[in-house]
Write a protein that binds this ligand. Sequence first.
Ligand code: 13P
Ligand code: SF4
Length: 361
Amino acid sequence: MIITADALPTSLHYSRLSDEELTERILRRKADLNAVILGHNYQRSEIQDVSDYVGDSLGLSQEAAGTDADVIVFCGVHFMAETAKVLSPEKVVLMPDSRAGCPMADFATVDAVRRLKARYPDAAVVTYVNSTAAVKAESDVCCTSSNAVRVVESIPAGRPILFIPDRNLARYAAEKTGRPFLTPAEAAGAELNVEPAPIIAWEGYCYVHDDMVLHELDRARRAHPRAKVVIHPEARKDLLEQADVIASTSGMIEIAEQYDELIIGTERGLIDRLQERFPNKTIVPLSRAAVCGNMKLNTLAKLAWSLDHGEHEIVLDEEVRRGAESALRRMLELSGGWRAPTAEEADLELAGLRPSSCGCA
Ligand code: 13P
Ligand code: SF4
């Protein structure tokens, strides 16, 4: 890609420009390149403001698969940009900061996944999109936080599932579908020839959600006893049991439109943004410490630098890309392409009301 004539040498030089100057540069260069900016719901507010589309992992992957832009600049973490490249291989996919990774994705390596597959050759491999493209290529189908239950339901009930890499999402999907939940150690001596067959969960987790604890929720509830409690399925079982609604990040935004008082269990950035959008509502973070430092590595200055220099470009081995694509396409087929949820679907999302809440035992 051609570097612009007025490009500055490093992102540090860009950080000396005002937000207005950076925004103007970003929009100009975006038009010149026929680029689209995709931003995750956890991105800084100023990045979301210049993004063409802001959403959750499912919405972003659907957007990446359908865009007619020549260049995709992905403001999120590495696995999200990789997913865009897998689905749109003919496009240039850029990341403002190549160090923005997802620690949960790093829990699963290809060698370790192959070892588990060799132990359970009849099992289906369901992989959360928070994983590397190489691990997706080892999988039968991917899922996101918004369609994990639907994806698990698509696997024949008698077939065991290896669920990679999020143990909390795996447990949630197991509870919702009535499958037994096993760790790899528990699975070693267990009878797997049962129906429904178990989910054997990888022992990965998201440090942001896994660190949220019950006493933080209790404190928030004491202060806001009438608030709807909305929690992301990457959180632990004991928290999910207390939720009124369990939802993906975009699902949380839809729910926030409907209620005036909410306690939200996810990354702080999304909650602060919701409070800005709805100043008359009370929107309380379940945990004030829940910040994803990886998502916050992207800044307006790095985004401007990325567009001007055509960096950091995602490059994938073609065999890996094709393997990952079939697992992702299978997921997208089950998710019906991109469309806004119907009122009926939004109601179903709310059907996890207490006391049975998420369905966890
Ligand atoms: P969503 O797909 O719900 O946006 O989740 C992505 C993620 O990384 C949450 O931690
Ligand atoms: Fe990964 Fe957790 Fe950050 Fe999401 S919030 S990108 S799962 S570390």
